[in-house]
Design a protein around this ligand. Sequence first.
Ligand SMILES: CC(=O)SCCNC(=O)CCNC(=O)[C@H](O)C(C)(C)COP(=O)(O)OP(=O)(O)OC[C@H]1O[C@@H](n2cnc3c(N)ncnc32)[C@H](O)[C@@H]1OP(=O)(O)O
Ligand SMILES: N[C@@H](CCO)C(=O)O
Length: 348
Amino acid sequence: MKYRHLISPQTQTYQLPEPFSLESGEQLMDVEVAYRCWGTLNESGDNAVHICHALTGSADADEWWGPLFGEGRTFDGDRDFIVCSNVLGSCYGTTGPISLNPATGKPYGRAFPAITVRDMVRLQWRLLQGLGVKKLKFVIGGSLGGMQVLEWGKLYPDYVERIVSIAAAGRHSSWCIAISEAQRQAIFADPNWCNGNYEEDAPPTTGLAAARMMAMISYRATASFQERFGREIQEDGEFAIASYLRYQGQKLVQRFDANTYVALTEAMDRHDVSGGEGDYLAALGAIAQPTLVVAIDSDLLYPPRDQQELAQWMPNAQLEWLSSPHGHDAFLINMVALNELVMGFLNP
Ligand SMILES: CC(=O)SCCNC(=O)CCNC(=O)[C@H](O)C(C)(C)COP(=O)(O)OP(=O)(O)OC[C@H]1O[C@@H](n2cnc3c(N)ncnc32)[C@H](O)[C@@H]1OP(=O)(O)O
Ligand SMILES: N[C@@H](CCO)C(=O)O
């Protein structure tokens, strides 16, 4: 697996014993789920917690959410059995576009079937069944992770006691879809894209880097960039912000796959807790567990008004504000404050 060196050696693999049926009706064979766990499952199997990661995250939650781990914190391995699994469609160990298609013996690439956030959650549920988890104390995640959390609330009301949705939505807005589509078009415009059939040693890095640059603009906020970079010009004559964005683009292409990026952003765009057919507000209204909605006051992607609506339409939801100049990515930056908000919800 091309990105194996980027995931920790503690990552384990769960092999699904049966084919996995997708929402689309297609079936995936030989599905594998990469996951990490911390702590011990108790005899009754009811002290478990599941962490859902964001777009380019991995199962190594202690690496990207470190300050939330530890005694008396959100993730306390002495208290709970904590599981984080890599999502379906990712390139960090779970079956996705870089996996070998058993039917052809070659990587799926762009032929990987269309997946949904619901598919991701149903696969997580299968993993937890395999691990003997009888009940989840809570499920938590930000961004794409928060979308999974809302699906968890909808799909498994008797299995999940509480949910924590951070900087997320019950369905993608046209603004979010627009930003995703522009990113995908940057990838498709790369001559190396080859309709997704690129060689492993010649991926569409220019397009993927441009996509990440666009994404980074949407993950941060005007005040954050102004404060950090202003109109500073570096010694090389470049605007510091331009250099920063290009660096972020290069950083992602070292660690992520373009087909995976396309598949996961398409899944985010398809996301709709009503399943795309029913009444969206009624679907939110049916999520009745005690819920924490964490809203980031500077989030451009899932803005304050949408977060207020989300909390308003879920009957048992509490809205808390993570105040930050850093925009959407604040849930990966202002982690001490986030831990306090979550602890306030878990231990009122
Ligand atoms: C297998 C895996 O790696 S997956 C797990 C990790 N990733 C995830 O979970 C995904 C979510 N994480 C993220 O999106 C990001 O890592 C975040 C949001 C948490 C933080 O982003 P960062 O890039 O670390 O932070 P920040 O915006 O401060 O950028 C710092 C980097 O920009 C560089 N930089 C700053 N200014 C400039 C500039 N003017 N020109 C060029 N580079 C610059 C810094 O040197 C630094 O580089 P480094 O990352 O090599 O140390
Ligand atoms: N910065 C996040 C996406 C925004 O939540 C990631 O790269 O996964």
